[in-house]
Design a protein around this ligand. Structure first.
Ligand code: SAM
Length: 275
């Protein structure tokens, strides 16, 4: 007998987690997809949600490219610090731990309570991995993280762009104050991208809106002493290991879209900071 599907009951911003989840599932079902995430396929099949409305959206590919880049940064950290701690801020139903676990890394999956409630239907806490129900703007979560072995790598994939700049600044302050030296990966969207979001192929189907505008990620270095931008990429400057693993047709697609839609592609930056 097949199990009843679960209706995801999520707030407006929280619902956006279903976009990268679906993107990974769609890619996994392809014969030569850029990533494989069988858990994402299972979760999509277990949820009662109209995912089909995202079908054909080009930004699903963009979501997966972003995931691959963030995976590459986290993988690199874990190779250098096999027993350090990774914090997935705004984890949604992400499966980065399943993709990258080395058997010794410590891991936190942080998100708002309704998301963690949904997530607990699919994932369990273990000795090295824990879910935390909290807003990233609430300082409490950092206490548990600070008790876990350093160094620290925090990844906020498609999360902070939904906050206003004041809240993003407070997140930098909290992290830099409690675990100085931590790495933080996040993306920034230019004013152009934020202004155009009503025409975005999947975001226009959602109630959530990006709020934080950041034309130049270098500006963030001026927010507080000690913040440094270690790397910054766009879809047009993905690092070699990520580009090399893409099939020829995806590399060609990136080059073509990059020629036609250069401004859009350069409006979205993936950044790695040290705090
Ligand atoms: C587009 S989804 C990205 C999910 C996940 N990072 C991924 O790539 O699959 C945005 C996520 O950010 C979370 N989020 C938004 N505001 C948050 C906040 N203040 N604190 C913690 N998480 C938040 C949402 O609940 C949602 O899970």
């Amino acid at each position: 007998m097949s199990q009843a599907k679960r209706v995801p009951e999520l707030g407006e911003i929280q619902e956006t987690l279903l976009i990268p989840l679906y993107a990974r599932a769609v890619e996994t079902r392809k014969r030569r997809g850029m990533l494989s995430d069988p858990r994402a396929v299972e979760m999509v099949e277990a949820l009662d949600y109209d995912f089909a409305r995202f079908d054909g959206a080009r930004s699903l590919l963009g979501s997966n490219l972003r995931t691959l880049l963030f995976d590459a940064w986290v993988r690199d950290f874990i190779e250098r610090h096999p027993s350090g701690t990774v914090v997935e801020i705004g984890t949604g139903l992400n499966t980065r731990f399943e993709r990258l676990d080395n058997g010794t890394v410590h891991w936190f999956d942080l998100d708002l309570p309704d998301v963690i409630d949904l997530r607990r239907g699919f994932f369990e806490d273990t000795g090295r991995r824990r879910m935390v129900a909290s807003s990233v703007t609430d300082p409490g979560w950092l206490e548990a993280v600070a008790d876990s072995p350093g160094p620290y790598f925090l990844v906020a994939e498609a999360v902070l762009i939904y906050l206003n700049e004041r809240d993003v600044r407070s997140v930098f302050e909290l992290i830099a104050g409690r675990i100085p030296g931590a790495n933080l990966a996040l993306e920034t969207a230019t004013g152009h991208m934020v202004a155009d979001q009503d025409g975005h192929d999947v975001l226009r189907l959602m109630a959530a809106r990006m709020r934080w505008r950041c034309d130049d990620p270098c500006e963030i270095e001026t927010w507080r002493d000690g913040i440094s931008l270690l790397d910054s990429r766009t879809f047009l400057s993905l690092p070699d290991p990520v580009r090399r693993d893409l099939s020829r047709s995806y590399r060609l697609m990136l080059r073509t879209v990059g020629t036609i839609k250069r401004k859009e592609m350069e409006s979205y930056h993936f950044n790695l900071f040290r705090l």
